[in-house]
Unconditional design. Structure first.
Length: 157
């Protein structure tokens, strides 16, 4: 209770000082206000609002609400085989909840590549790698509906 009263007294004193400075500034004129007194006016009028606007105790132990994470996690496995691959790479998506699967391929420095994709069944894709040179590549499995986007690395022999 004592801290609350002390805070209110300081608040009133700062406003009174601000009012006195404002009264002096009116007599001096607009040019002097812009040069020197304007920052002081803002200091005395805005500082109490910032310092004393909210009387929230520092040791307040309220907790924020917990977020549900089960809807954010997509439980699925993506298998690439064979790895390293020679002519074809098979991409199998297990436990899939994806609606509109899109597969993209990038070389190791991030350039997007054109390639053929054959959909074997609902969850298996066959990627044609015959035109690619030996090296490391990234296969990106995307679903714009569920916002799933994950990259997988494989090697072409």
């Amino acid at each position: 209770m004592c801290n609350f009263v002390l805070n209110k007294l300081i608040y009133i004193l700062i406003h009174l000082c601000g009012g006195l400075i404002f009264a002096c500034v009116i007599k001096v004129g607009l040019n002097e206000i812009m040069k020197f007194y304007l920052p002081i006016i803002f200091l005395f009028f805005l500082l109490p609002e910032v310092l004393f606007a909210q009387n929230i105790p520092i040791d307040d132990k309220r907790e924020l609400p917990k977020l549900k994470t089960e809807s954010l996690q997509i439980g699925m496995d993506v298998d690439l085989f064979p790895n390293p691959a020679e002519e074809y790479l098979h991409v199998t998506i297990k436990n899939s909840q994806l609606k509109d699967v899109r597969i993209e391929m990038y070389n190791i420095i991030g350039n997007r590549l054109d390639f053929e994709v054959d959909k074997s069944n609902a969850n298996t894709y066959k990627l044609n790698l015959k035109e690619l040179h030996a090296g490391y590549y990234l296969v990106v499995v995307k679903d714009p509906i569920s916002r799933f986007n994950k990259a997988y690395k494989f090697r072409k022999q």
